[in-house]
Design a protein around this ligand. Structure first.
Ligand SMILES: Cc1ncc(COP(=O)(O)OP(=O)(O)O)c(N)n1
Ligand SMILES: Cc1nc(C(=O)O)sc1CCOP(=O)(O)O
Ligand SMILES: [Mg+2]
Length: 568
């Protein structure tokens, strides 16, 4: 499908740019001769001049880069496939795969299938002219980079697709020759075969048949070994597609998953350990969509196939224990998100500002000094009445930190207490903690929010009203304000005092927890500044640099109860 390599020269802000499709930029080695602005794709727009579609703007080395006239082009895959009501395969798998691979995916539905983990109970084809209408709607408006095809249930639909693609050429065409579902149900009959072979395959940049499909396309040829797969790939390549990926998932007696990619010059044997799982429904659709996604980003075919294969394997491995449906073939989780929700200890309550009431912040050095583990320290703080825990383990090795965080999380969740991680957003994600606390020089809260998602708790340290406003804008849940008093726990910490605390509380639209030098002797004075959004105190040394964490926490708890805070 890919058209001319060199598409045009465009004059923009008195600089000359070449417009090339992303893959060609790589394939032709232009990246060596030109500086590439924001690969994989930039749409260059200038009023009244050029409207490019999925092109990379390249400028001769030494010139300046695109500035105000540049607009980032979102990689876009259009899937032309059937709907699977069970959402394991088809259009639904394509959407999930593209979302997971961070590519926009539009859809043209060719058929509705009534389908579940048992099999296909019914199929209703979409009329050809309505397939044509959908294709035109998408292709005439949106900048599609790659079209990926799945179930094409009639000769008419295949012909309609080929005709439309000639009218609206795209950068690449990925053909998954879906004929038989994983449950053995026929999705595209033999009558379609000749149109497939004569019209669609020659237009394809890659076709991705499994052994059964390759055999069907090759007049029933027997495929039982890797050598057979190579022969099949060569024969299929002769039919016109630029690349052929023969998938050996069904190869008998192989402990590895072996796929053969052939581009007309070279064979690539792509091998990986076979993942044994019931949840493999939709693997073929997802692999083809992921290849399309990588090609849409501008990667060459070999890299696209390798990344797509790795992606699908990771998702299959992650999804082994997922339990959906009663049939022999379950779906898998493309977004690697479903498991945490099924874990019994997962804390699902939304953030409650009253959790800030007695905020215990651990310190690895203090616990070491007193000869206790972080886990014992957390247990004792909870037993003493801590309402939220932050693990602030500045000198811990990452692996140890993760292990202890997971153990602490189990304890916290048994008691309904949220657990936050100081600074380390990566550790919070890895152990599925309830959130993070970040300071002004840590990862910005806005970035942490995109990584953690909407449900996690994010706290930000703020010493000024401006910082408090920014925390609010960035999507934080609370702010920590201090140091209220001088502290030995944090070096070179600026003390803001009770006045500074009050000023920040007045300005903050978020709930506030006070921190810095706070203990039983002064907690009441802190709370008595009487700001309605001051919800509690965060304490390190007054709890953890003491012999008995539980006793100290209990004492502080009593003082705080006496100060009647957090009432609004
Ligand atoms: C509740 C709370 N408030 C403030 C801080 C301090 O965070 P930060 O400024 O990032 O400093 P470090 O704790 O990372 O040294 C906090 N940890 N908790
Ligand atoms: C971690 C931290 N952050 C502070 C800030 O001002 O943001 S003060 C501080 C140390 C708090 O420890 P202690 O309770 O032992 O004084
Ligand atoms: Mg920090």
């Amino acid at each position: 499908m890919a058209s001319a390599t060199f598409l045009s020269t465009l004059s923009l802000a008195n600089k000359n740019y070449l417009l090339l499709t992303p893959t060609h930029a790589y394939a032709k080695g232009y990246t060596n001769n030109f500086r590439v602005s924001n690969l994989p794709s930039i749409v260059v727009r200038k009023e009244g001049s050029v409207r490019s579609q999925g092109f990379v703007a390249m400028q001769e080395k030494g010139g300046s880069t695109l500035s105000d006239d540049s607009r980032t082009k979102t990689p876009h895959v259009l899937t032309v496939a059937g709907s699977d009501s069970g959402a394991g395969a088809g259009i639904q798998a394509d959407l999930k795969a593209c979302a997971a691979r961070r590519v926009y995916c539009s859809t043209v539905i060719t058929a509705l299938t009534a389908q579940n983990t048992v099999g296909v109970q019914g199929v209703s084809n979409v009329p050809e002219d309505f397939v044509a209408q959908q294709l035109k709607s998408v292709l005439s408006d949106m900048q599609v980079d790659v079209v990926k095809t799945g179930m094409l249930p009639s000769v008419g639909i295949v012909k309609t697709l080929c005709k439309t693609l000639r009218e609206f050429p795209v950068h690449a065409l990925v053909v998954d020759p879906v004929m038989v579902s994983t449950s053995g149900d026929v999705l595209a009959g033999p009558s379609i075969l000749s149109t497939f072979l004569e019209e669609l395959l020659p237009m394809a940049d890659i076709i991705t048949p499994n052994l059964k499909e390759a055999s069907a396309l090759l007049n029933g040829m027997q495929l039982e070994t890797v050598d057979d797969m190579r022969s099949a790939a060569r024969l299929l390549h002769n039919m016109g597609p630029k690349n052929v990926l023969v998938k050996g998932g069904d190869l008998p007696d192989s402990s590895d998953a072996v796929d053969i990619l052939y581009n007309g010059h070279n064979f690539y044997e792509l091998r990986s350990p076979r993942i044994r799982t019931r949840n493999s429904h939709g693997t073929g659709c997802s692999l083809a969509s992921s290849i399309a996604a990588e090609v849409a980003k501008g990667y060459p075919m070999l890299s696209a196939v390798k990344v797509a294969k790795r992606f699908v394997e990771t998702a299959l491995d992650y999804s082994k224990e997922i339990d959906i449906g009663n049939g022999p073939q379950g779906p898998f989780d493309h977004l690697l998100r479903l498991k945490s929700h099924s874990q019994a200890c997962h804390r699902q309550q939304p953030f409650d500002p009253s959790d800030l009431f007695l905020y215990a912040v651990t310190d690895s050095r203090m616990n070491k000094r007193w000869g206790r583990s972080i886990i014992d320290a957390v247990k004792a703080a909870i037993d003493g009445g801590a309402t939220i825990i932050q693990l602030r383990e500045k000198d811990a090795e990452t692996k140890d930190f993760m292990e202890s965080a997971k153990a602490c999380l189990r304890i916290c969740h048994l008691h309904g207490v949220p657990l936050l991680i100081n600074d380390r957003v990566d550790v919070a994600i890895a152990c599925d903690a309830d959130g993070v606390h970040v300071g002004q020089s840590d990862m910005p809260a806005r970035v942490a929010r995109t990584l953690l998602g909407p449900e996690k708790i994010i706290g930000v340290s703020c010493k000024t009203p401006e910082q408090a406003e920014q925390a609010w804008v960035d999507g934080a849940d609370y702010i920590g304000c201090g140091g209220v008093y001088p502290t030995n726990t944090k070096e070179n910490n600026i003390t803001v005092g009770l006045n500074g605390l009050k000023t920040v509380c007045m300005a903050s639209k978020l709930p506030v927890v006070a921190i810095g030098g706070i203990g039983v002797s002064n907690a009441r004075a802190v709370m008595e500044i009487c700001a309605s959004n001051l919800k509690g105190v965060a304490v390190v040394s007054a709890l953890f640099d003491r012999e008995c964490v539980q006793t100290e926490t209990r004492k502080l708890h009593e003082v705080l109860l006496g100060s009647n805070i957090g009432s609004t």
